[in-house]
Design a protein around this ligand. Structure first.
Ligand code: NCD
Length: 326
């Protein structure tokens, strides 16, 4: 891995204090690297089992109005690992007990939650909710996924994983595969790649699930070569970092549309045999059938390690936006 030595300077960390993290576009490469360095610093502390108190006395509100396993648990674990505390609303408590079930707007809920915490991690099923939450939040708000919009901390942990597995992002060829239309992880990952000097990005999807134009537009000022295709075999045989995604059933207008697309892109050991050198496979998870279980034995299948990296990366984001890195 690229050696990040110690914590970033105070000056580099200070730019995060009080900030919302709603997408990747609003971060510079230098800022992404500050987050990476802070994550590496916490990663080392976790490995060495150092007890941390950086967020002692602070509270995170964990608001998940849509299902989540990795994102919610790693945010909450991150807060606990930093010595902070968590208050939470999940999708099920929302349905049963919170005022959202009485018809309270997200805007009003956030206006209230501001008083109870120092930082908010929030996931909403509504694309674009990040803007409304951002307007309502007076404490730093971290977007933990808004519908088929963005998922910036996922992209940050994806980038961190590539640093760890490949020694950096520049000069590599990437394939982003699967549901590029509705997949917010794919959107934010593409935005993240746009910040680096990557060589080429192959966008491989079923015809109906192409990357929306608004995300492609973020690459127009870069020198990155982009190739769109509908062919998984071609994409994975020509990339050093392969990003697989799930077809997002919950976002389709009709079940027929989903069924028509759900089994088109499935990675098997035959694909692995076609890889160049030591290509790595990433996936934000959950996996349905798009990567067969046999592929897990391939040493470059990095998706579980990737999920693990969510912890130090979210520790870094929480500590930076609250100005807590000690
Ligand atoms: C992703 C999400 O929620 O967008 N999952 C995650 O956060 N790790 C990807 C997905 O649900 O397919």
């Amino acid at each position: 891995m690229v050696e990040f030595i110690g914590k970033p300077s105070q000056e580099r960390m200070e730019v995060f204090r009080g900030r919302n993290i709603i997408d990747i576009s609003s971060l510079t490469r230098d800022e992404i690297e500050t987050i990476m360095q802070t994550a590496a610093y916490y990663d080392k502390a976790l490995t060495e089992k150092v007890r941390l108190y950086d967020m002692d006395g602070k509270i995170m509100a964990s608001l998940f109005f849509e299902p989540s396993t990795r994102t919610r648990l790693s945010f909450e674990s991150a807060m606990e690992r930093l010595g902070g505390k968590v208050i939470s609303l999940t999708e099920s408590t929302t349905a049963q007990i919170s005022s959202t079930s009485k018809g309270e707007t997200l805007y009003d809920s956030i206006r209230v939650v501001n008083y109870y915490c120092d930082v908010i991690a929030c996931r909403s099923p509504i694309e674009g909710a990040r803007l409304e939450i951002s307007r309502a939040a007076t404490v730093p708000y971290i977007n933990a996924g808004d519908g088929s919009g963005e998922h910036p901390t996922q992209a940050l942990l994806d980038v961190y994983t590539i640093y760890k597995e490949k020694d950096g992002l520049d000069g590599l060829t990437y394939a982003i595969c699967g549901d590029l239309k509705y997949g917010r992880a794919a959107h934010s990952f593409l935005e993240a790649l746009a910040k680096f000097s990557v060589k080429k990005i192959i966008l491989a999807s079923p015809q109906e699930l192409r990357m929306p134009a608004e995300y492609l537009a973020k690459l127009k000022d870069s020198n990155i070569e982009i190739e769109e295709c509908y062919d998984l075999d071609y994409a994975v045989a020509n990339a050093e970092v392969i990003y697989m995604t799930r077809v997002q059933r919950e976002r389709f207008a009709s079940m027929d549309d989903y069924l028509r697309n759900k089994d088109l892109f499935i990675m098997t050991p035959n694909h692995v045999d076609s890889f160049i050198g030591d290509a790595i496979i990433l996936h934000p998870l959950p996996r349905l059938n798009e990567i067969t279980l046999e592929v897990d034995d391939y040493p470059g299948a990095a998706y579980f390690r990737q999920a693990g990296n969510g912890l130090p990366v979210r520790m870094a984001v929480l500590a930076l936006v609250t100005g807590s890195v000690k």
